[in-house]
Design a protein around this ligand. Structure first.
Ligand code: OAD
Length: 232
C-alpha cells in the first residue's frame, strides 16, 4: 500500500459483496441470523470449539472461490485507476474481491479470509484451502494452532493508525454497503464529519443521519453510477 494522503476514503462492508454471493451479516437472511457470532467470531468461541469455527470459515472460503467481483468492485477499481493516488478503500470485508477487480489501495481492517495465522509462532501466509484442527503450521510445525487471519470480536482491528491518518488528510468519506453497527468502522462517519470531510452513503437504505448525502439502491447500480459521475 503506497498511498499516503488519499482525497477520498471509501469504507466498504458486506453490501458491496452481497451481489457476488458472499452474504451479509445483519440483513433478513444474514449470517448472524443463522450463527451465533459468539461461537464463530470470537477468540473464546475458537477456544471452545475450533472445529466449528473452521467449518464456518471453510464455508466462507468456498463461497469466495465460487464468487466473482461485481460491477461495484470493478467501478471502484476503475475509480482508482482514473484518479491515481486519490483513493483509499478501507474494507471490513475479509474477501479479496476488491483486489480481484483490480483495486490496489485496499486496507482490510478485519483481516483476510485467504490468509492463515499460527497462534504459536504468529506467522501469516496465503492460505486458499480449508483449515482444520490437525493442520500443522508450515513455518514452525506446531499442530492445532492454525486459524484464519481475520479479526474477531474482542480483537484489535488492523491498520487503525493508517486509517485515522488517511481520514485526517482526506476531503471526502464514502461509506458503501455497511450497516454501521461495528466500531471502529461505524464511528468513521462521525469523525469524518467532525473534521470537515464531505460524507456520502451508498447503501440499499439509509443507516445514519450523519451523512451529508445518500444514494440508495443495489451496489452494482449505484456505485458504477456514482463513479461515472465522478470521473466524467
Ligand atoms: P452488515 O450485514 O451489518 O450490513 C450490510 C449492509 O449492506 C446493510 O446496511 C445493507 O443495507 C447493505 N446492503 C445489503 N445488500 C446490499 C446491496 N446489494 N447493495 C448495497 N447495500 C447493500 O455488514 P457490515 O456492515 O459489513 O465483522 O458488517 C460489519 C462487520 O460486522 C463485519 O465486518 C463483520 C460483522 O460482524 C466481523 O466479523 C468482525
Amino acid at each position: 500500500m503506497s498511498i499516503q494522503t488519499p482525497r477520498i476514503v471509501i469504507l466498504t462492508g458486506a453490501g458491496v459483496s452481497a451481489e457476488s454471493g458472499m452474504g451479509t451479516f445483519r440483513d433478513k437472511d444474514g449470517l448472524w441470523t443463522k450463527y451465533d457470532l459468539e461461537d464463530v467470531a470470537t477468540p473464546e468461541g475458537f477456544a471452545r470449539n475450533p472445529a466449528l469455527v473452521h467449518a464456518f470459515y471453510n464455508e466462507r472460503r468456498r463461497l469466495l472461490h465460487q464468487g466473482e467481483p461485481n460491477q461495484a468492485h470493478f467501478a471502484l477499481a476503475e475509480l482508482e485507476q482514473r484518479l491515481p493516488g486519490e483513493i483509499l478503500i478501507v474494507t471490513q470485508n475479509i474477501d479479496n474481491l476488491h483486489e480481484k477487480a483490480g483495486s490496489k489501495n485496499v486496507l482490510h481492517m478485519h483481516g483476510e479470509l485467504l490468509k492463515s495465522r499460527c497462534e504459536k509462532c504468529g506467522e501469516e501466509r496465503h492460505c486458499p484451502d480449508d483449515l482444520s484442527t490437525d493442520r500443522a503450521c508450515p513455518a514452525c510445525g506446531h499442530i492445532g494452532g492454525m486459524r484464519p487471519a481475520v479479526v474477531w470480536f474482542g480483537e484489535m482491528p488492523l491498520h487503525m493508525e493508517q486509517i485515522d491518518d488517511a481520514l485526517a488528510g482526506a476531503e471526502q468519506f464514502v461509506s458503501i454497503g455497511t450497516s454501521g453497527q461495528v466500531y471502529p468502522a461505524a464511528g468513521y462517519v462521525q469523525i469524518a464529519r467532525t473534521i470537515g470531510l464531505r460524507t456520502l452513503e451508498l447503501n440499499l437504505e439509509a443507516t445514519s443521519s450523519y451523512f451529508d448525502a445518500g444514494r440508495y439502491g443495489p451496489a452494482t447500480e449505484i456505485v458504477p453510477a456514482w463513479v461515472k459521475e465522478l470521473i466524467s
